[in-house]
Write a protein that binds this ligand. Structure first.
Ligand SMILES: [Zn+2]
Length: 402
């Protein structure tokens, strides 16, 4: 009982330590890669590792590791963790819940007096959201080699600052950036706990689920050319207004998603010259499409491409992540361990997906999100459910390090 209480106090303390970092006026968070906020989060992680006597290291991709035991002598080990960065105006739980829960579960295990049979680590993957440089899971992708280091260094943010420069400003040598075979070799199994980004658990009345896999998903850039002109003097019949085409493409994307039972979102648009009294010369929009299988997603994209072409536009693929299936034997084992926890697929990308694709046995735990809202200041999980997540993770460590 005493141990339980101590772990809850530590969970609350870690949660409140992070609460002020990168807080935006909206009440949400702005924690972008290689910024001052990111440095504060890295310092926090290092502090938690040191306070527990864990061995701290940073890999060549900029991810932080805190090892309990020597993974080179007695590994490979069990790795727990997630990311700490956010989308602009993101919620408090997406990412940090997985890192805080990992430290808390380690504390709980130690409180029980259990000594794991193999090394255990907490990891903090950098730049998971890709909110600044446009590529999601950049930290884990560079680590595994799925994202080329030269390409990563050249990625630029909205102000034109290359990632290499942002890294250097944050005190990290961008020349070091690259795949890290040594760090990868140390991972025997990876388990990422994450807030659910939907409301399946709320409907099932359960606090924790085990992930089965990640839907295939991708991002496409839509270019629609037009002709800039005066909003007051150009007759409607004489206009070449790409905004009209864009509106129709957005509606076409929605109709295609319904037709193919998939998801399609146009959440970002750039208008040139972006003046109230100017007919745009060009509109650039982005499509995010996901679905239960690749064929559905490709069908949506083909329909959107046809709509874009009808308006003189083009669609360019910026990223594609195929269907990811987590280790099914491991998922079934963990679901059984956690009282027949529900098994859920997700439409959201995670570092766990990148590691699974790299051939590492990987599992995910999801913690109930009562409204399902995510990537928003309104994202929420009840404290009791977060603690149920810590308990579940503690059981998982005990089971996988017996
Ligand atoms: Zn996340």
């Amino acid at each position: 009982m005493k141990t339980q209480y101590r772990c809850e106090v530590r969970f609350d303390r870690m949660w409140s330590d992070l609460a002020g970092v990168g807080r935006a006026r909206s009440g949400g968070y702005r924690r972008l890669a290689w910024t001052r906020e990111d440095s504060a989060l890295r310092e926090w992680f290092a502090g938690e590792a040191t306070a527990r006597g864990l061995t701290l290291s940073t890999d060549r991709a900029g991810n932080q590791w805190a090892w309990w035991g020597d993974p080179d002598a007695a590994g490979p080990g069990l790795v727990l963790g997630s990311h700490l960065d956010s989308v602009p105006d993101g919620g408090a739980f997406d990412g940090p819940l997985g890192v805080v829960s990992a430290f808390a579960a380690l504390d709980a295990l130690r409180g029980r007096g259990l000594t794991p049979s193999r090394p255990v680590a907490v990891v903090h993957f950098g730049d998971e959201e890709g909110a600044r440089f446009g590529v999601a899971c950049a930290g884990s992708r560079v680590l595994t080699g799925a994202l080329d280091a030269d390409r990563a260094r050249r990625l630029t943010d909205a102000d034109g600052v290359p990632m290499a420069e942002a890294m250097a400003r944050a005190g990290h040598d961008p020349g070091q950036l690259g795949p890290d075979r040594e760090a990868l070799r140390r991972i025997g199994t990876f388990v990422e706990l994450h807030i659910e980004q939907g409301r399946a658990l709320a409907d099932l009345d359960r606090p924790v689920a085990v992930g089965t896999g990640i839907w295939p998903h991708g991002r496409w850039r839509l270019e629609l050319p037009g002709e800039a002109n005066h909003a007051g003097t150009t007759r409607l019949a004489d206009r070449r207004d790409p905004m009209l085409g864009f509106a129709e493409v957005v509606l076409a994307a929605r109709a295609a998603a319904i037709r193919h039972e998939a998801l399609a979102t146009c959440g970002k648009v750039a208008v040139a010259p972006n003046g109230v009294n100017a007919i745009p010369s060009a509109v650039t929009g982005w499509l995010d499409a996901r679905g239960a299988d690749a064929a559905r997603v490709r069908a949506v994209v083909a329909d959107v491409e046809a709509s874009a072409a009808a308006h003189g536009g083009t669609l360019v693929e910026e990223s594609w992540t195929p269907d990811t299936t987590f280790d099914q034997v491991l998922a079934a084992r963990l679901a059984g361990l956690l009282g027949n926890a529900p098994l859920l697929p997700t439409g959201a990308g995670h570092d766990a997906g990148i590691l699974a694709t790299a051939g590492i046995p990987t599992a995910m735990l999801f913690v109930r999100n009562p409204t399902g809202v995510s990537h928003s200041p309104a994202e929420h999980a009840e404290r009791a459910d977060c603690l149920a997540g810590v308990d579940a993770l503690t059981e998982v460590i005990a089971e996988l390090t017996r």
